[in-house]
Structures are given as structure tokens and as C-alpha cells.
Design a protein around this ligand. Structure first.
Ligand code: BGC
Length: 545
């Protein structure tokens, strides 16, 4: 494909911002964020440089998994608004050039969904085959997603005497994608929301969706993703499928599909996990290794880069000893760890001992080839909630100002049934209002990163290469495209260091795009001095370009 034809591949250069409407901004004082509140905050996101909002699930739900348990795919949780408010919010965002994608959670439904209620009424129900039933659980033990909270992925339905499969919680029965009627239902759901105006979907739990019992086509499980991609393309040519595939890079390649036929973007879990290993070791070597091995994908597809998200920081792809190193460095207390594999903390307190390290991490996020994703509150360095509350710890209300409840709501405290943030991270210390007015704040830094990222298309479009700068503590990476290249330098150690860049060829010049505060003046371009945890972005261009 000619790169000139990439104009509607907007996701390749998107700055993605994930939020939960429920915790973002309450407009009516009932203690729940809502679409009317979000609509009022779109300008804040625009000012930050966000170009795509990812809405976590907002449909009707018994809310036993933060909305990932949907009981009506065509509705809106009445606490958050209604379809009219959703349409209006999408319009307001798009009016500012911001796209809106939403979670597509179709691996399972809530057990309160009318399909499941009907399915469990009798073995002859017309909806029985919407789910996956067995007379007894298969002998082969399946891995648990929530060990400690669940003991099996099969649950006995007493009334009908069969077991149903639930890859996640027992109240989330898996849909049976082998049933063509279920696939047709999914297509209708996707078609409905595209008509309402969304620009695409973050597809939840993709490997579970297409594997296990209830696989769309046992011979060719990926046929469902191809079908979905074709359907979305027919209905809305520029809509995005952003997949959650928490697997190793080599396996992720299968979810892109040859010739751009499946997912458009996938979260880069390997890199996210390895960044933390490198931070823990104060050495870029593991990251350099992971990035060098990252497969190249079709020009129409790419990686969504992230540091933290709404779930635990999963370390499942690291080796056992590596995971221990990260746990020791960043989650010293037992309640900060979950499921034996992850950390339920936000980034700022994790790196809180040194603000330079926090900036290094965000500089990386925006400079590694891909589309950066922020989880709400990261732009101001929000902390996690204080207490042993599992994944909920990172899902506290947004902190807009220093006032009561951080300007999130005017409700009485009793309605906000969660602990406050860890010490030093309350709204009086960390909020949008103050940071937007402070050019030295994290908010201002991240908005600068977003703007540099958007004006440096080489980062997304260029070919990633890890260079040898002569010191493993510094990551030197290049994203090269015709005429100009991007070079990122990131020092993972607290010591000032010098790395050597390959000499520029004749007629090439280097421009500094951004660098850590107080960087020493540079000598020859081939010798790059970096402060402890320092970073620098360079553009190398030939004078003719
Ligand atoms: C989401 C989780 C959710 C699970 C079940 C995921 O992978 O990210 O937050 O609990 O899917 O829907």
C-alpha cells in the first residue's frame, strides 16, 4: 500500500484517552459521573491533545464487574444518561476533531441479560444455544483469569443440571460464537453503535472470544475476527477495531491477520510489561531486546502503547523472576498485588520517589512507535485509592479541582462509597485546575508530549530500530522514514551518562524536539549527554527534506 493512501488510518497517529463515564464528571449531584458531565469536559481533553476517547462500558449492567457485565447491549446505564446524551457527547467530541470508540464486550453477557435468563429456564429454550453448556466440565483444567475470586470456569446451573462456561466471573456466562445467531446479534450490536456515531471499538478479551469451548469455527477460530473486520468496513470504512490481546508479540501477529484483515490496533502488552522491568532494573536492556524483536505489521495496522490501564498492571508475560523484581520494586505491599500476576497501583505513586522518572516514562510512552493511550487521571499523576480493594484501586473519581470531592461531584460523602487516594495524592495536591495553569506541571508536560507526538509523524509511521548507544542503561531508538528520522534517547538510570549516536551523513541535521528539564547543552551531535533519568527526542533530516 502506498503511504499516501493512509489518510483515513487516523488511529495510526491517535492520542487515545480511556475513561469511565461513571467516575469522570457528575453533572447532577447523584454521585455518579454521567454523559452530561463528560460532555462539559471534552474541551479539557481537547486542550490536553487527546484525539480519541475510549469509553469503558456504559450500558445497562448489574455492575458486578464495573460495567463489563452488560445486561442490555442497546441501552445506557440510566445513572449515566440515555442514548440522546451519548449521541450528543459523540457529536461534541467529533466537532472538535476527537473520535470516540467504545468497549465491545461480547465474550460474555451478564447473567441478568434476558438471553441468559431465558437460556437457563430450560434446556429447550431457543436461547439455550446462545451460551456454552456441558453435562460436566471438561477434564482439562482451564486457566483462571481471577484466581482467588473464582475456582473454575464452569458453573453448575442447578435448575437445568448442566454447567455453563464463564471465562471471567461466574456471573458472566460466555456467549457461544459457534452459534450463527449469536454472531448475527453481535453484528447488529456493532451496526447499532456505528449508526449512533461511534468511530470504532475496543474489543474486550479477544483471545477468549475466539477460543475455548464455543469457538466460532474450531478449524479456523480467527474467521470471526475477519468477519467482524469486513462487517465494520462495510458499515463504516474508517472505524477502528482496537483489540485487547494480552499475548506475546508472535501470537498477536495472528490477530492482525495477513493483509490487514483482522484487528487494526492492538495494545502492546509485552512492551508495557518490559518497560516496568527496565525501570525496576534502571537498565534499558530488557526493553531494547523486546522492541528489537517486535514484529513489523502492515502499514494499515499498529500498536497502542500504554503504561497503565483500568486493570491491574499485568506482568503475566514476564518470567517468574522478572515479575518478582517488578513486584519488589513497585508493589512492596501485598495488597498492591493481585492474582499473582499484577499490580493495582497508578503510575505516579509507583515512581513517586523521583518525578524525573515519571516524565521519562511518559516521554517513552509518546515516543515509542505506536499510538499512545492514557488512562484518565494519568495526565495529572493521580494516585490509586488507599485500601485492599483490588482492581478498583485505580478507578477512583477524576480530580478536577482542589475542592470537595475534587470537583467530581457535589454529592454527600455517604454516596461515594470508596476510600480516598493514597496520602499526598488527594485533590488538594493533584488536580486539573491547578496543573493547567502551571507550565511546569505534569499536565503541561503531557500536553506538550501529545503535541510533539502529533507533529512528529515519523514516530508512528517510521520503521522502528533499536540502536546501540554504547551503554545499556540508555534506550536509543530510531523511527526512520523517508527524508527524516526520529531518534529517542531515554536514560533509565539515575546517573548522568553520555551515549554515542552514529555519525550523521553529510547534509543531515539534528533538531531537538523535546528534552528533559535542565538538560546540559549538547556538544557534537554524535555525543549525547543525558542527565539521570534524562531523555531527548531528535529529528534527523537531510537539508533537502
Ligand atoms: C477487561 C476487564 C474485565 C474483563 C471481563 C477485560 O479484559 O479489561 O476489566 O473484567 O475483560 O470483561
Amino acid at each position: 500500500m502506498n503511504p499516501a493512501d493512509t489518510s483515513d488510518l487516523w488511529w495510526r497517529t491517535a492520542v487515545i484517552y480511556c475513561l469511565d463515564v461513571e467516575t469522570f464528571q457528575d453533572s447532577d449531584g447523584d454521585g455518579y459521573g454521567d454523559f452530561a458531565g463528560l460532555a462539559r469536559r471534552i474541551d479539557d481533553l481537547d486542550a490536553l491533545g487527546v484525539t480519541c476517547i475510549w469509553l469503558m462500558p456504559f450500558q445497562s449492567t448489574p455492575d458486578r464487574d464495573d460495567g463489563y457485565d452488560i445486561s442490555d447491549f442497546y441501552s445506557v446505564d440510566p445513572r449515566l444518561g440515555d442514548l440522546g446524551r451519548v449521541a450528543e457527547t459523540i457529536r461534541i467530541a467529533q466537532d472538535r476533531g476527537i473520535r470516540v470508540v467504545m468497549d465491545l464486550v461480547v465474550n460474555h453477557t451478564s447473567d441478568r441479560h434476558p438471553w441468559f435468563r431465558a437460556a437457563r429456564r430450560s434446556r429447550d429454550s431457543p436461547f439455550r444455544d446462545y451460551y456454552v453448556w456441558r453435562d460436566r466440565p471438561p477434564r482439562k483444567k482451564q486457566k483462571l483469569v481471577f484466581p482467588g475470586e473464582e475456582t473454575s470456569v464452569w458453573e453448575l446451573d442447578e435448575r437445568t443440571g448442566q454447567y455453563f462456561q464463564h471465562s471471567f466471573y461466574r456471573h458472566q456466562p460466555d456467549l457461544n460464537l459457534a452459534n450463527p445467531q449469536v454472531r448475527a446479534e453481535i453484528a447488529r450490536i456493532v451496526g447499532f453503535w456505528l449508526k449512533l456515531g461511534v468511530d470504532g471499538f475496543r474489543v474486550d478479551a479477544v483471545p477468549f472470544l475466539i477460543s475455548g469451548e464455543g469457538t466460532p469455527d474450531a478449524q479456523d477460530p480467527h474467521s470471526f475476527l475477519r468477519e467482524l473486520r469486513r462487517f465494520v468496513g462495510r458499515r463504516e470504512g474508517s472505524a477502528l477495531l482496537l483489540g485487547e490481546v494480552g499475548l506475546a508479540h508472535e501470537q498477536q501477529v495472528e490477530y492482525f491477520g495477513g493483509d490487514a484483515t483482522q484487528l487494526d490496533l492492538q495494545f502492546d502488552f509485552v512492551t508495557a510489561e518490559t518497560v516496568f522491568l527496565a525501570l525496576a532494573r534502571r537498565d534499558a536492556e530488557p526493553l531494547a531486546r523486546a522492541l528489537s524483536a517486535r514484529p513489523e505489521v502492515d502499514v494499515r495496522q499498529g500498536w497502542a502503547m500504554f503504561l497503565r490501564n483500568h486493570d491491574e498492571l499485568s506482568l503475566a508475560l514476564l518470567a517468574d523472576e522478572e515479575r518478582e523484581e517488578v513486584f519488589e520494586a513497585f508493589a512492596p505491599e501485598e495488597h498492591q498485588r493481585v492474582y499473582g500476576r499484577g499490580i493495582v497501583r497508578r503510575l505516579a505513586p509507583m515512581l513517586g520517589d523521583d518525578p524525573r522518572r515519571l516524565r521519562l516514562a511518559y516521554s517513552l510512552l509518546f515516543s515509542l512507535p505506536g499510538s499512545p493511550m492514557l488512562f484518565y487521571g494519568e495526565e495529572i499523576g493521580m494516585g490509586e485509592l488507599d485500601g485492599d480493594i483490588g482492581r478498583g484501586a485505580v478507578r477512583g473519581p477524576m480530580q478536577w479541582d482542589a475542592g470537595r470531592h475534587g470537583g467530581f461531584t457535589t454529592a454527600q460523602r455517604s454516596r461515594l462509597n470508596r476510600p480516598g487516594p493514597v496520602e499526598g495524592y488527594g485533590p488538594e495536591h493533584v488536580n486539573v485546575h491547578d496543573q493547567r495553569r502551571d507550565p511546569e506541571s505534569l499536565w503541561s508536560f503531557i500536553s506538550t508530549l501529545a503535541s510533539r507526538y502529533r507533529s512528529t509523524p515519523e514516530i508512528s509511521w517510521g520503521r522502528l530500530r533499536v540502536l546501540d548507544g554504547g551503554d545499556s542503561r540508555v534506550l536509543v531508538h530510531e523511527a526512520a522514514s523517508e527524508g527524516s528520522s526520529f531518534i529517542g534517547l531515554h536514560n533509565f538510570s539515575p546517573e548522568p551518562l553520555t551515549v554515542i549516536l552514529p555519525d550523521l551523513s553529510d547534509g543531515q541535521s539534528a533538531t531537538v524536539l523535546i528534552e528533559s528539564r535542565g538538560s546540559a547543552p549538547q556538544g557534537e551531535h554524535s555525543e549525547q549527554r543525558l542527565d539521570g533519568y534524562g531523555f531527548r527526542w531528535l529529528r534527523l533530516s537531510s537539508s533537502a527534506a
